[in-house]
Design a protein around this ligand. Structure first.
Ligand code: PEP
Ligand code: MN
Length: 342
C-alpha cells in the first residue's frame, strides 16, 4: 500500500507509479479516502527493489507491506484514518441508527411513508426498506420493482438516506440509478464473490455506502472481513460490517446472536460495525436487550426492523419489527450505554 505525502497524487505521478509497478508485474488501485487517497498495490508488493524505487520518489511518504489476508481492511492499514459518514453521522463519533420495515408493501405505500415519518420524529438517521427479498420459501412474496419508487419517495418526504438489499446485478443497477444511499448485502450473499465484486465496481468513485451482513454460515472472522475487502479494493472504503446472528439457531431465537464478536472485529479492522439485532434474535420482545448488548460490546450503530403497525407488515415484520415508539425508547437506552462507554 502506497501512502503519498500529500492528500492525493497528480495524474503524472500516478502514471510514473503505474509504470514502475508494471515493471514488477503489479497494478495500482486508487482508494479514495475522505482525508487522503491511498494506493493499493495489486500483485506481490514485497519485492525489495520495488519498495526501494517507490520510496525513493519525493512525493511518496512510505510503502506499507502489511501481511494480512485483508490488507486494506486491516486495523493497521492506512485506511484506519478513513472517516465513514452516513445519515449525518460520523461513524464512531455518534451512534448511527437505521430503521424501517423488513419489506415495503407495494400495495400499501402509506404504511412505509407513515413508518418513515414516525421514525424520523424519534430521531432515526436513515431508513431501511426491503424492495427485493431473499425468501426461504419460493412461494413467499419475493419483492417488486415498484417498492423502489416507494422507498425513494419515503426518502424525499423525510429527507433521510435509505438502505435496501440487492441480490443481483440488475437490482444493483436499479438501486443506484434510483439514488439508494446504502446497499445491503444480505446474509445469504455475504460470500457471493461475483456480487461483492460487482458492488465494489459499481460504487467506486461514489459516496454510496454498503452494509455487509455477516453470512450466517461464516465462522472464521477473517472470512467476514475479507468479504468486505472484495468491495473496498475497487476504491470505495465505505463498508460497514453487520453481525446479524448465525447458524445453528439458538432454541427460541431466530439465529445465534453474535453481537459479541464486535470487540474482535474492532481489534482486526477499522471498519465500522453496525449490528442488526432484529434478524439475530428474531422477536420484537428481545430486540431492545440485543441492541443494548451490541452497544455495550462497542458497536457503532444499529439496523433495526420497525413498522408503525408490525401486524400489517410483510416479510419479517409481524414477528420482529418494533414500533417507532419502542425504537425511540430503545435508542435512548442505547445512547446512555454509549455515553458510559466513553
Ligand atoms: C433483511 O434485512 O430483511 C434480511 C433479509 O436480512 P438478512 O440478510 O440478515 O437475513
Ligand atoms: Mn427482514
Amino acid at each position: 500500500m502506497i501512502i503519498p505525502k500529500g492528500p492525493k497524487l497528480t495524474d503524472e505521478q500516478l502514471e510514473e507509479l503505474t509504470r514502475i509497478l508494471g515493471d514488477f508485474g503489479c497494478r495500482i488501485q486508487v482508494i479514495e479516502g475522505a482525508v487522503q487517497n491511498i494506493y493499493a498495490i495489486l500483485g506481490d508488493e514485497r519485492h525489495e527493489l520495488l519498495i526501494n524505487r517507490i520510496e525513493g520518489l519525493d512525493y511518496i511518504d512510505r510503502v506499507d507491506t502489511i501481511q494480512s489476508p485483508h490488507k486494506l481492511l486491516d486495523a493497521r492499514s492506512e485506511l484506519k484514518n478513513h472517516k465513514t459518514i452516513f445519515g449525518g453521522i460520523e461513524l464512531g463519533k455518534n451512534l448511527l441508527t437505521i430503521a424501517g420495515p423488513c419489506t415495503i408493501d407495494p400495495k400499501n405505500p402509506n404504511l412505509f411513508y407513515e413508518t418513515a415519518e414516525a421514525l424520523k420524529e424519534v430521531g432515526v438517521h436513515a431508513l431501511r426498506g426491503g424492495v427485493w427479498k431473499p425468501r426461504t420459501n419460493p412461494y413467499s412474496y419475493q419483492g417488486d420493482d415498484k417498492a423502489l419508487e416507494i422507498l425513494m419517495e419515503g426518502a424525499s418526504r423525510t429527507g433521510l438516506p435509505v438502505n435496501t438489499e440487492v441480490m443481483d446485478e440488475g437490482q444493483l443497477k436499479l438501486a443506484l440509478e434510483a439514488g439508494v444511499n446504502m446497499l445491503q448485502i444480505g446474509t445469504r450473499n455475504a460470500l457471493n464473490y461475483s456480487l461483492l465484486r460487482q458492488v465494489g465496481q459499481s460504487i467506486a468513485g461514489k459516496d454510496t455506502v454498503v452494509l455487509l451482513k455477516r453470512g450466517r454460515h461464516i465462522g472464521p472472522i477473517n472470512e467476514f472481513i475479507s468479504a468486505a475487502e472484495y468491495i473496498v479494493n475497487f476504491g470505495n472504503p465505505n463498508v460497514m460490517l453487520c453481525p446479524r446472528g448465525t447458524l445453528p439457531t439458538l432454541e427460541g431465537y431466530r439465529s445465534h446472536p453474535d453481537e459479541s464478536i464486535t470487540p474482535l472485529l474492532k481489534e482486526k479492522t477499522w471498519a465500522p460495525v453496525v449490528v442488526d439485532p432484529s434478524h439475530s434474535v428474531g422477536k420484537a420482545m428481545y430486540v431492545e436487550a440485543c441492541s443494548m448488548a451490541a452497544i455495550a460490546y462497542g458497536s457503532d450503530g444499529l439496523c433495526i426492523e420497525a413498522n408503525i403497525d408490525p401486524s400489517k407488515g410483510l416479510g419479517d415484520d409481524p414477528k420482529q419489527a418494533i414500533t417507532p415508539k419502542a425504537f425511540g425508547a430503545l435508542r435512548n437506552k442505547c445512547e446512555a450505554i454509549w455515553a458510559l462507554r466513553g
